[in-house]
Design a protein around this ligand. Structure first.
Ligand SMILES: [Zn+2]
Length: 103
């Protein structure tokens, strides 16, 4: 329930912040989002478009790219793949090349 309230509040704040920049929104188009049992948050067309842009441009700080070996999306802080265990990135490539020379 607390999470629903927080998400609904964030949507309301986002819509209000952008509504101030768009004094004449298109009335006929838009979207209403309902979070839990709360009243729906009505987004104008421009606010809905901005929300889509914001969601698509979000970069999670845990997203460290993909593993060059298996393509897995889960790399730890040391850039080691949590799926195949191989070190990722240029550093990982250097390590793999060095290990191959020693084998
Ligand atoms: Zn991998």
């Amino acid at each position: 329930m607390e999470l629903e309230v927080e998400v609904a509040a964030a949507l309301h704040e986002f819509a209000a912040r952008l509504a101030a920049l768009d004094p004449a929104p298109v009335r006929s188009a838009g979207v209403a989002l309902r979070v839990g049992d709360a009243d729906p948050v009505v987004l104008s067309e421009s606010v809905a478009a901005a929300l889509c842009t914001a969601l698509r441009s979000y970069h999670d700080p845990r997203d460290r790219g993909r593993c060059a070996q298996c393509g897995g999306p889960r790399l730890d802080e040391g850039l080691q793949c949590l799926d195949c265990g191989q070190p990722a990135g240029l550093f990982g490539q250097l390590i793999r090349e060095r290990m191959a020379r020693h084998q």
